[in-house]
Design a binder for this molecule. Structure first.
Ligand SMILES: Nc1nc2c(c(=O)[nH]1)N[C@H]1C(S)=C(S)[C@@H](COP(=O)(O)O)O[C@H]1N2
Ligand SMILES: [Mo]
Length: 197
């Protein structure tokens, strides 16, 4: 069963296509420094920081968690949007529940195998459409798009979704990630055109 999450824009604006974006048919690849080679067998996800019980999982233990398939839109801050992407994965709230987030956690920093990182306020992560995705259109997530596992954030510009994600760090105060340190927005709401800050 696929949950349609393409309507979530109604929470943020009148138009499905955020201002200043154009729709693309293809699925461009955008990476700061190429595709790291990371096989499912070598991949691990560490969840740590301001949590009750840190968690480390390999691919098998990760996919033992409840998973779901969602249809979502994808908005790159450079101006392209791709509609109707079908991602399968574990939701952020599912993972948060597994570790038990501390009361004083307010922020999240995602870490990736290519040295990338990206940050979001905790409240922006605790949403069912924030997926740790391992499949795209029913196939294993292609390496260029972040396989074995990436994060997707359809309510935010796509730089909030770390490809090749390996770490989720819960923080008691904000900390900026790779693009955020270079002037991109922490909150990154596409319908408010929060591109820079
Ligand atoms: N690890 C990692 N994640 C990343 C990036 C990156 O360079 N490294 N680029 C981000 C940017 S700017 C975008 S638009 C999307 C692009 O995802 P795609 O290549 O699947 O289109 O991934 C985001 N996640
Ligand atoms: Mo991007």
């Amino acid at each position: 069963m696929t949950t349609d999450r393409t309507e979530l824009y109604r929470e943020f604006g009148d138009e499905r296509l955020p201002p200043g974006q154009r729709e693309t048919d293809g699925f461009p690849v955008l990476s700061k420094s190429g595709t790291p080679s990371l096989r499912r067998d070598d991949w691990r996800l560490e969840v740590y920081g301001a949590v009750e019980e840190p968690l480390g999982v390999d691919f098998e233990a990760f996919t033992d968690l409840p998973t779901e398939t969602q249809k979502q839109d994808f908005h790159c801050v450079t101006g392209w949007s791709k509609f109707d992407c079908e991602f399968t994965g574990v939701t952020f709230p599912t993972l948060a529940e597994a570790v038990g987030v501390d009361d004083d956690a307010v922020h999240v920093l995602f870490h990736a195998a290519d040295g990338y990182s990206t940050n979001l306020p905790l409240a922006d992560c605790l949403r069912d459409e924030v997926l740790f995705a391992y499949a795209y259109d029913g196939e294993p997530l292609p390496a260029d798009h972040g396989g074995p596992v990436r994060v997707v954030t359809p309510h935010k510009y796509a730089y909030k979704g770390a490809k090749w994600v390996t770490g989720v760090e819960f923080l008691t105060e904000p900390q900026r990630g790779y693009w955020e340190q270079r002037g991109y927005s922490t909150t990154a709401n596409p319908w408010a055109e929060e591109r820079y800050s």
